[in-house]
Design a protein around this ligand. Structure first.
Ligand SMILES: NC(=O)C1=CN([C@@H]2O[C@H](COP(=O)(O)OP(=O)(O)OC[C@H]3O[C@@H](n4cnc5c(N)ncnc54)[C@H](O)[C@@H]3O)[C@@H](O)[C@H]2O)C=CC1
Ligand SMILES: CCCCC/C=C\C=C\C(=O)C/C=C\C/C=C\CCCC(=O)O
Length: 258
């Protein structure tokens, strides 16, 4: 899928990895709706992206992904502005073992919620153009991150949802591919401010720090560039792309149904 003339929705777009995903999509010719709860960061990012990539190429929409109503309104506005949606990046996420129910709500429930709303606009069965949905999961969805069990559960859930939806979409004829990015640690606000966020696992802070030293830390742009192959390569469906500092690999899973 070439990106010129395509339109994308990115959640959690105002900072960190979401900002990087949005920039790479714009650089490659797509228009991007930037969804985020952070209004000031989202507005100023939209202004700078429109200066760089052309007026009207980026649209900021204030949206809390936990709200079905706000998500529906944002998708509707994106469709009205850009004429349709071809790409959804479900990227908004938090790591907070203290507020663990919120972590489940944002990282897993909202990914499912946004994917289902996107189907209403993107599925060929609903008159949409088809396209691709890419979730920002994590290495934590592949190997356990013991300092953050609930975060690990949400990301494992996202990988499972993505793989099941890929097959469901294929056999149903939605015309939508589902893939997941699974990066190791990335240099963003999320890893720099964890005080109070590990809850009953605060005593495992040192273990988390050691893991960052062992695995290394990716830059946002290294993750963002990896989005391109999942979006443009039409053969990629149901993939979990592991991104490490040493390189990338598509995960192999056991096939139990054949
Ligand atoms: N930083 C890391 O080491 C890694 C992060 N990830 C995942 O990448 C994704 C992005 O994380 P980062 O950029 O690192 O985090 P970040 O904290 O830098 O940025 C997250 C963005 O999401 C927005 N956001 C948070 N809650 C929201 C909500 N309810 N509705 C709408 N927007 C919301 C924030 O305002 C912020 O702009 C997350 O899903 C995270 O789990 C995956 C692997 C590693
Ligand atoms: C010292 C600061 C750590 C803060 C961590 C905060 C957020 C991390 C988010 C992630 O998504 C982390 C990504 C990768 C690590 C997860 C699992 C590693 C699996 C290790 C293994 O191979 O067993």
């Amino acid at each position: 899928m070439a990106l010129t003339g395509k339109s994308a929705v990115v959640t959690g777009a105002a900072g960190g990895i979401g900002k990087g995903l949005s920039e790479v999509l714009l650089r490659n010719g797509a228009k991007v709706a930037l969804l985020d709860v952070n209004e000031s960061a989202g507005q100023s990012l939209m202004e700078s992206l429109n200066q760089k990539h052309g007026t009207g190429s980026a649209l900021f929409l204030k949206c809390d992904v936990e709200s079905e109503e706000q998500l529906r309104a944002a998708f509707q506005k994106a469709v009205e502005t850009f004429g349709g949606i071809d790409i959804l990046c479900n990227n908004a996420g938090v790591m907070n073992e203290t507020a663990w129910e919120k972590t489940v709500s944002i990282n897993l429930m909202s990914v499912i919620r946004a994917s289902y709303i996107a189907l209403e606009h993107m599925s060929k069965l609903n008159g949409g153009r088809g396209g691709v949905i890419v979730q920002t999961a994590s290495m934590a969805g592949l190997g356990p991150f013991p300092s953050c069990p609930v975060y690990t559960a949400t990301k494992s859930g996202v990988v499972g949802f993505t793989r099941a939806m890929a097959v469901a979409s294929e056999v149903s004829g939605y015309g939508i591919r589902f893939n997941a990015l699974c990066p190791t640690f990335v240099q963003t606000e999320m890893i720099t401010n964890i005080s109070g966020k590990l809850g009953q696992f605060t005593h495992l802070t040192g273990m988390a720090v050691k893991l960052t030293e062992k695995l290394g830390i990716l830059s946002v742009s290294e993750v963002a560039e990896s989005l391109l192959e999942l979006v443009t390569d039409e053969t990629k469906n149901g993939e979990a792309l592991m991104i490490l500092t040493q390189g990338k690999a598509y995960m192999q899973f056991p096939s139990l149904s054949k």
